[in-house]
Design a protein around this ligand. Structure first.
Ligand code: KIV
Length: 277
């Protein structure tokens, strides 16, 4: 490496890199983050993409579903993550109600996230969102699709339910999901998240598409994987079969805080070393 040049591994990840990773068969690692502190840490760990997900509604705001997330909140979280200046590509999630009304609404919402610091946007839906995806990409805003278990479809699905288990062309049917994937790619998406589907279906979709597939609860056959940071760190209230907990940060937080409380109560904190004279 020539002095002064940054290592290729530290170069900013851009949207064209996703196609290159796909060509090279290099698996893509994506994780969520919602603030500058965690964006800095996950970036230091080498993730390729940071998803500022509307899962902020559940893991940050304590909601039961992602449906209450709104655009102003997502702009705020994208701004917080962007201030960390991560090497990873920043993907801003379009919240429910910010893109379904019309292509014009979807374009305006996407512009708001891009102006906040996102480098691509993500939206949920397949065939029914194809024209919206095409409209946003015509404005030179890269779009990542999201099919399968789409959490914003909570009420239609009757909960967060695995999709694509049955054959059929109705929403959530296996044949429909194959068509959804094709429609998202044809509309110009640069990648697609596949959530909560049987692993053989995710593998079949991955083999049929040329754009990368990013799986969550979709098995090992995808081009990359995404998880919610709070599940990975053991900060979530629930445990999910599809999510791996890599650390127990909740216990560290509780233990450290308990020690602080004990020291305040028994007068051990603050000591003179941490006091001014
Ligand atoms: O909002 C989110 O975190 C997501 C992931 C689950 C893919 O959409």
């Amino acid at each position: 490496m020539i002095a002064g040049q940054s290592s290729p591994e530290r170069r900013k990840v851009t949207v064209p890199d996703l196609a290159r990773f796909q060509e090279e068969g290099r698996r893509i690692a994506m994780i969520t983050a919602y603030d500058a502190t965690f964006a800095r840490l996950v970036d230091r760990a080498g993730v390729d993409m940071i998803l500022v997900g509307d899962s902020a509604a559940t893991v940050i705001q304590g909601e039961r579903t992602t449906i209450p997330a709104d655009l102003a909140e997502m702009e705020y979280h994208v701004r917080c993550v962007a201030r960390a200046h991560p090497r990873a590509l920043i993907v801003g999630d379009l919240p429910f109600g910010s893109y379904q009304v019309s292509s014009e609404q979807a374009i305006a919402s996407s512009i708001a996230l891009i102006k906040s610091g996102a480098e691509a946007v993500k939206l949920e839906g397949g065939i029914t969102m194809a024209e919206t995806i095409a409209a946003i990409t015509r404005c030179d805003i890269p779009v990542i699709g999201h099919i399968g278990l789409t959490p914003q479809s909570f009420h239609r699905m009757g909960g967060h339910r695995v999709q694509g288990r049955q054959a059929g062309l109705e929403a959530g049917g296996r044949d429909r999901l194959l068509q959804d994937a094709g429609a998202v790619e044809a509309a110009g998406a640069c990648a697609v998240v596949i959530e909560g589907v049987p692993h053989d279906l995710a593998t079949e979709i991955t083999e049929k598409l040329t754009i990368p597939t990013i799986g969550i609860g979709a098995g090992p056959g995808c081009s990359g994987q995404v998880l919610v940071l709070h599940d990975v760190l053991g900060l979530s209230e629930c445990r999910y079969r599809f999510a791996k907990q890599y650390a127990d940060i909740a216990s560290i937080v509780v233990d450290a805080t308990r020690t602080y409380v004990d020291e305040v109560r028994d007068g051990a904190w603050p000591d003179l070393e941490h006091s001014f004279s």
